[in-house]
Write a protein of this length. Structure first.
Length: 311
């Protein structure tokens, strides 16, 4: 390996990236750096300027100008951080989320077109080569971390994945029967057929190009109330903070669009999920024994008052 080898690879890689944005339509009307900031805001539920500056290695003055523009365009809102009053918490508005989603969709389509030129049999080798470059030229970590996880909106096939993985995991871990799969299928079908994108969302957690988690936020029957549903994290990726990111995304979204409270129903056997809900400020309000999914369970209702502000 020589300096020239790296420079040659850099020229090749730069040309590939430039080809992805041929015609400069991918990021319009934003610059590449502005798009990176929007991406970070969309995929990190709670953050502030210092976090973004450190993550993207940006000059503080440059970042300030970007955030000022975003605020003028109605893409973000800024407020004092509850944890450190010297910091400013930044959240995307509904308009900001729409802009970020548009950029993300463009990027997925563009990269998908590039990936389509690679034979399917060669794609695992390409992914492994990319991981190798990141490991050797990054911080040397072979194992993925929370920063490698991306939260995104569902694409074609993802809703079906939610049904399949819920059914398979709960059958394997708790012995639940197909009644649970039927329940999940109805929840997902109702969302797919009729939902308000401004008030209801699904998040897919993605790691190394594959889904590893999910959660939903839907309207509840009670006025001003949203319901968290179908939180799931793949067993091999537990411990990376994915569940925390997913629950944080739901609470941030629900609070941002004006819901007054967020509720959920779970069962007492799901101990890890219950601890996660408690960390985010949910309070147990009722529980009742029942027999469902072929098992004797204790159902629990949890509630989070969104008017109290972020935890």
């Amino acid at each position: 390996m020589t300096v020239q080898d790296i420079r040659s690879f850099n020229r090749f890689y730069t040309n590939v990236i430039g080809a992805l944005d041929y015609g400069r339509h991918l990021y319009a009307p934003y610059t590449l750096t502005e798009s990176r900031v929007l991406y970070e805001l969309a995929h990190t539920p709670r953050t502030d300027a210092a976090d973004i500056r450190a993550e993207l290695s940006l000059d503080s003055g440059y970042l300030s100008r970007i955030l000022n523009r975003f605020e003028q365009d109605g893409l973000i809102e800024r407020a004092a951080s509850e944890k450190d009053p010297r910091r400013r918490r930044i959240t995307l508005t509904a308009r900001g989320r729409e802009a970020a989603a548009l950029l993300d969709e463009r990027a997925r389509q563009t990269v998908g077109s590039l990936l389509a030129t690679v034979p399917p049999a060669d794609r695992p080798r390409l992914a492994e080569a990319m991981r190798t470059v990141r490991t050797l030229l990054g911080d040397g970590r072979a194992a993925p971390g929370r920063e490698d996880v991306v939260l995104r909106e569902p694409g074609p096939g993802d809703l079906g994945w939610i049904v399949q993985r819920n059914a398979s995991l709960y059958a394997a871990e708790y012995g639940w029967n197909t009644d649970y799969e039927g329940l999940v299928a109805r929840i997902v079908a109702d969302f797919a057929e009729d939902h308000d994108p401004h008030l209801e969302r699904v998040w897919i957690a993605e790691l190394d190009g594959r889904p590893v988690g999910c959660v939903m936020c839907v309207r509840d029957d009670a006025p001003g109330t949203a319901r968290l549903r179908l939180l799931l994290v793949e067993p091999e990726t537990r411990g990376l903070g994915i569940g925390d990111c997913l629950v944080g995304a739901v609470t941030g979204f629900a609070r941002g669009v004006g819901y007054r409270e967020l509720v959920l129903w779970t069962n007492d056997v799901l101990a890890a999920a219950r601890r996660l809900y408690q960390r985010h400020g949910f309070v147990l309000v009722a529980e009742k024994p029942h027999r469902s999914f072929g098992a004797d369970l204790v159902g629990q209702d949890w509630r989070l008052d969104l008017r109290a502000g972020p935890e």
